[in-house]
Design a protein around this ligand. Structure first.
Ligand code: PLP
Length: 399
């Protein structure tokens, strides 16, 4: 199998899996228990919290472990809304945010809030000036993602943080797609909340975290023991997941130069191979690197390529590719079972028809250059066959 859908989720790194298994089977205590296994489990959580705090440049008490990025996003927005709700009821976000942010904004609107949804550029980003212009006297908070999960664009989050600081409004950063790839120094970003999810960087699913500048401002949404996450998030801690998140983060950040070089090489190999194969199959005029590819740069950034293949229905292509062992997605994973085109692609300026012709290819640190090469060849061949009305026969294409 050639798995090129790492923005949806990643395979757990073998070293992380071994560590997680060890915690599940050997260090399985409940951190709330006072006996030895409990104390041992509490120590594992403490150490991981301290490690992540150091990585994010904050104190351990600023880190709350959650079950996922969506929970972290919900907790951040809910907390900011509760803090300001009585007085200032205007929020600013972008049209390209993750559903977990947008749905909470819709919920706020149903409860009397006004929300400004900023237009985004083709790569899903906004400028700090757009944010500044949208802030009003009654604005209470801004929520902008770090890296876009469909288009790969990176927002100027540090600049936006500066604007929010000057305007004295809260700032939440959804860093779910950025974690493990970009710097999450919360001092530089000047944010009040920042969300992370482990399964996007080779940790297990079911664990995330929220950085909170002022824990006192957090609005609890899972009630439980007062010792759990400083009483801010109830539920017995997912100790194996938390340890796995820390281990995976440390692997992702251990050699940033090698990591960035690896992702750039994968993008280059994929790009060049797809272009050659598209020429070979006579579909070059239909294939466009819609986003995630920087034409003028030798060092490609990010891990996502958004491909527009005119005339090819993305859902049909994704299924045809899957039957040949190549996994990509149409839109984001959360949308890929829905027939509506992705709101992010629409926000980036595509018509609904063209948005249905976009697939997302996303790399992980375990992908090889040959995955990128073979994946690109099979994508071009399959798209060409679909365009020519070819059919899939026992997993092989009739050409
Ligand atoms: N934010 C972004 C930008 C995402 O891409 C995702 C998941 O795709 C999430 C939040 C939600 O993360 P989780 O799947 O951990 O709930």
């Amino acid at each position: 199998m050639i798995y090129l859908d790492n923005a949806a989720t990643t395979k757990v790194h073998p070293d992380v899996a071994a560590r997680v298994l060890d915690v599940m089977t050997e260090q399985f205590g409940n951190p709330g228990s006072v006996h030895a296994p409990g104390l041992e489990a509490a120590e594992l959580v403490r150490k991981t919290r301290a490690y992540m705090a150091k990585q994010l440049h904050c104190a351990p008490s600023n880190i709350i472990f959650t079950a996922c990025g969506s929970e972290a996003n919900t907790m951040a927005i809910r907390s900011m809304a509760a803090f300001w709700g009585g007085r200032f009821r205007h929020a600013v976000t972008t049209k390209a945010e993750h559903e977990s942010v947008l749905r909470y904004m819709k919920y706020l609107e149903r409860h009397g809030w006004e929300v400004t949804y900023l237009d985004v550029a083709k790569d899903g980003t906004v400028t700090a000036q757009q944010v500044r212009d949208a802030i009003r006297p009654d604005t209470s908070f801004v929520s902008v993602m770090y890296a876009n999960n469909e288009l790969d664009g990176v927002n100027p989050v540090a600049e936006i943080g500066q604007v929010c600081c000057e305007e004295a409004v809260h700032f939440h950063v959804d860093a779910v797609q950025a974690a493990g790839l970009y710097d999450l120094n919360v001092e530089k970003l000047q944010c009040d909340f920042l969300s992370v999810s482990g399964h996007k960087f080779h940790a297990p699913k079911g664990v995330g975290l929220l950085y909170v500048r002022e824990p006192v401002n957090v609005e609890t949404q899972v009630f439980g023991g007062s010792e759990q996450e400083q009483g801010l998030r109830g539920g017995t801690e997912n100790v194996p997941g938390i340890v796995g998140l820390g281990a995976a983060y440390s692997l992702a950040m251990s050699d940033p130069v090698a990591r960035d070089g690896h992702f750039s090489r994968l993008k280059w190999k994929f790009h060049n191979t797809l272009q050659e194969a598209a020429l070979q199959y006579g579909i070059a005029d239909r294939v466009e690197f819609y986003s995630g590819w920087d034409e003028g740069s030798t060092q490609q950034k990010g891990k996502i390529l958004s491909l527009l293949i005119r005339g090819v229905d993305s859902e049909t292509l994704v299924l045809a590719l899957s039957s040949q062992g190549v996994c990509v997605s149409s839109g984001s994973a959360c949308n890929s079972h829905e027939s509506e085109p992705s709101h992010v692609l629409l926000a980036s300026g595509l018509s609904p028809e063209l948005a249905r012709n976009v697939i997302r290819v996303s790399f992980g640190s375990d992908n090889t250059v040959s995955d990128a090469e073979l994946g690109a060849q099979i994508i071009a061949r399959t798209a060409a066959a679909l365009l020519q009305g070819g059919i899939l026969n026992g997993g092989a294409l009739e050409e």
